[in-house]
Design a protein around this ligand. Structure first.
Ligand code: SF4
Ligand code: SF4
Length: 173
């Protein structure tokens, strides 16, 4: 396993990333199987370094694609905060803007693009849900256990796309 490698040129074009995401779906699932045979801690070290390097070159305020395409999950406390921001009762807010996944019991903001997206920025940035703060979840531990989600986000988020491609490169995949 290499400790470092020259960074590849980043791909930042959202449309191109979406197309490559479809084209490389099979390759990404094969890479997922390959990763399961690697050392978890070593992969986390590389992923966290790559995450910093990739983020340093990407400005989320010029992208906003996650807020256009995905629905963040929200806790009851967050729903309370958002309903206050919108001057609505929690009941009315939930009726209008929240959907529940009954299988998992998880609540989501139901609209895409997100109702709080203002051009490419979040209009409630300091109050955004925890799920938004941690997206695209590349700073968490045990990357190898979360590759399914990474593949789902590969064609949406330039951070995930470039991190995944750079990881393949560094692992000589
Ligand atoms: S709350 Fe803000 S950060 Fe979260 S999806 Fe909506 S616009 Fe994006
Ligand atoms: S987290 Fe990813 S998809 Fe969301 S704004 Fe940043 S680069 Fe774009």
């Amino acid at each position: 396993m290499k400790q470092s490698a020259k960074m590849k040129q980043l791909e930042l074009n959202i449309e191109k990333i979406a197309i490559i995401g479809e084209q490389k779906e099979e390759e990404n699932f094969d890479f997922r199987i390959f990763l399961k045979g690697q050392d978890f801690e070593q992969v986390d070290k590389i992923v966290h370094r790559l995450d910093k390097e990739v983020r340093a070159q990407i400005d989320c305020e010029k992208c906003g694609n996650c807020c256009k395409s995905l629905r963040p999950c929200v806790t009851d406390n967050e729903i309370d905060t958002l309903s206050r921001i919108d001057n609505l009762s929690q009941h009315d807010f939930e009726n209008g803007f929240v959907e529940i996944d009954n299988l998992e019991g998880i609540k989501y903001l139901k609209d895409t693009p997100c109702k709080y997206l203002d051009d490419k920025s979040c209009s409630i940035y300091t109050n955004r849900p925890k799920d938004c703060k941690s997206y695209p979840h590349t700073q968490k531990e045990e990357f190898i256990t979360r590759t399914l989600g990474m593949i789902e986000n590969y064609g949406i988020c330039p951070i995930v796309f470039n991190l995944f491609e750079q990881l393949k490169h560094e692992l000589d995949y």
